[in-house]
Design a binder for this molecule. Structure first.
Ligand code: SF4
Ligand code: SF4
Length: 222
């Protein structure tokens, strides 16, 4: 999922300052899972902004709504009937959600309330970790399900750097050495021979450099 964190409230207040009627718009998907932009966080941010405005005797109308998915047009159209009530949308979607809403309503400012972070896994309650860079050519098979691009600090493809101590990364001893994990995993199911290949440097053209990537699936289009 996409992970995100709420921006500092002062930054948010600065961005919404010119507007008087604001819709705080949450998203019930990834950003809800990472407790940044779901219904609950949207309600809390709306209340905090109302309270701050009241304390400063500002006349501002702030309402909340949460879409099931802010990055999918079928859900964004649910705003069609209410959008005219607002001067601006404060979005608690990820960067894709903010832009999807802005595309749909070109005359309404759509302001990001979150900093979008990374493709992550919920490791435990309140802990999210980055484990995929979305490189466009997944090699997890060869590395036993541990991504050296996302999880090795030096993004090494052909074995460890030699600096690992007690299974920890030399760059950051709080991190497991990805190569220790790769070797342990491949050993556990007898597939260490996958590391006998020399893997060439990553072809990053599948990730970036050619403008925004697209997936076109004609079988899914209607
Ligand atoms: S190789 Fe790593 S970065 Fe690329 S898709 Fe697989 S998990 Fe993601
Ligand atoms: S110690 Fe392990 S994870 Fe850290 S840079 Fe070296 S090989 Fe990569």
């Amino acid at each position: 999922m996409i992970t995100a964190e709420q921006k500092p409230i002062d930054e948010i207040r600065g961005m919404i300052a010119p507007y008087k009627r604001i819709l705080v718009l949450g998203c019930a998907s990834c950003v809800a899972e990472c407790a940044a932009g779901g219904e609950k966080e949207t309600a809390m941010l709306g209340s905090a902004l109302r309270m701050a405005a009241r304390m400063e005797k500002q006349e501002v109308e702030i309402e909340e709504k949460t879409l099931d998915r802010q990055c999918v047009n079928e859900f964004i159209v649910l705003l069609d009937d209410i959008i005219d009530k607002y001067d601006a949308i404060l979005s608690l979607g990820c960067g894709a959600g903010v832009q999807a809403v802005a595309d749909m309503f070109p005359e309404t400012p759509v302001i990001p309330a979150l900093n979008t972070e990374f493709l992550g896994e919920t490791k435990s309650q309140g802990l999210w970790v980055e484990n995929c860079l979305g490189c466009g050519d997944c090699m997890l098979y060869y590395f036993g399900g541990v991504c050296p691009l996302a999880r090795c600090s030096k993004q090494l493809f052909n074995g460890p750097c030699g600096g690992s101590v007690n299974g920890k990364c030399e760059i950051n001893p709080d991190l497991d050495c990805a190569w220790q994990l790769i070797i342990d995993r491949l050993s556990a199911f007898g597939a260490l021979d996958r590391l006998e290949e020399i893997y060439p440097p990553k072809d990053w053209s599948k990730k970036q450099g050619g403008g925004p990537r697209k997936i076109v699936r004609e079988d899914q289009q209607r």
